[in-house]
Ligand binder design. Sequence first.
Ligand SMILES: Cc1cc2nc3c(=O)[nH]c(=O)nc-3n(C[C@H](O)[C@H](O)[C@H](O)COP(=O)(O)OP(=O)(O)OC[C@H]3O[C@@H](n4cnc5c(N)ncnc54)[C@H](O)[C@@H]3O)c2cc1C
Length: 415
Amino acid sequence: MRKYSVTAIVREAYRYHTGWERAWRSPEPKDEYDAIIIGAGGHGLATAYYLGKNYGITKVAIIEKGWLGGGNTGRNTTIIRSNYLQDPSAAIYEKARSLYENLSQELNYNVMFSPRGVMMLAQTEHEIRGYRRTAHANNLQGVETEFIPPHTVKKLCPIIELSGPRFPVLGALWQPRGGTARHDAVAWGYARACSDMGMDIIQQCEVTGIIKSNGKVAGVDTTKGKIKTKSLGLVVAGNSSVLADKAGFRLPIESVALQALVSEPIKPCMDVVVMANTVHGYMSQSDKGEMVIGGGTDGFNNYTQRGSFHHIEETVRALIETFPMISRLKMLRQWGGIVDVTGDRSPIISKTPLDGCFINCGWGTGGFKAIPGSGWAMAETMATGIPSTLASAFSLDRFKEGRFIDESVAAGVAH
Ligand SMILES: Cc1cc2nc3c(=O)[nH]c(=O)nc-3n(C[C@H](O)[C@H](O)[C@H](O)COP(=O)(O)OP(=O)(O)OC[C@H]3O[C@@H](n4cnc5c(N)ncnc54)[C@H](O)[C@@H]3O)c2cc1C
């Protein structure tokens, strides 16, 4: 694959952009692969990429029922941070955040990582205590965060109203190297790199069954026929329970819709990400100028990737006290994705009861930020058969053994 570079842009400008290659191939499936990943979202593609890069396993297929990045990866609000409370969470999210720092150079694809800073507002006395505790824990974990007072919040984000009558801003947990990246570009960058290593990304191909032989994985049934493999990764987010059912085991996962919306584009007015977890809302400004707004999950289980009117009203109403300026904005569009939520709000990266079958899911409302670290850990787990150091705490067994990694505060509404 030809490298993207300044010279390439100049060369193509002279020949009317006729010389660009396709970013990835669209092959027909082969009969057999060394490993198959189901789901071409960010986590599936990153898993395949690190299988190739770190372990030299390149006879890999990534099978996607829709189009790559068309699941939650292309629907999220792109927040990246690693200010979680528990040690295993901080470790994997910080690994991911640090990989994001150089991802554009590594993939030779601009993922537009923008470490503009993320703040989580404290709007109750309880939150002040909680975020101070998180800042102390983060400093011990090597994650750079601090608790900042209201006047620093105002300096970093002048459009915030500090003295709301119900929920005044009392401070914030601030992560200066948190930020955003372009979600599609993350999927496209990994896809291009995987295809370049010889891997097959097979889109518009649904996995309809899992073939077993003597208690082990033997392959998958798909809408494009049977494909054999001895190593299978299920990386399908909101569809995880459906696929686990086909593999013959159950998951402690609920699938619910999470929605977001954007306003009309306006002039730059906010260059940080702000999350207001007490009122259930968060906001940042995209490079196009749209205000990107999100809230909490729907209160019922479902599989429809759609938005709903009540959500716009609830979320905007929640944020208006802190951001009065949004009362004058027109909302442009909204959408939903189906997220996979565990009881302790922590992910699962694990072997499964079916030999040769591994699962990566449970990222719920906040897995975009984890993509590089999750792929790294899942690839190690699949390649070696031993849970990676980053992943060992996130095994399925923790639900049987009661070893929960409670991140309900860090992940309550936060993304
Ligand atoms: C509105 C919204 C806002 C969010 N905001 C943030 C945020 O700001 N920050 C953050 O960190 N996270 C955020 N998230 C969460 C984040 O998007 C997800 O955790 C993450 O994208 C999950 O990636 P994935 O690769 O596991 O799943 P997905 O991107 O959903 O990929 C799974 C893929 O599997 C495919 N698939 C399913 N079943 C089959 C089958 N049978 N055969 C073949 N393919 C199949 C699907 O089509 C899909 O493409 C948000 C999510 C939503 C919905």
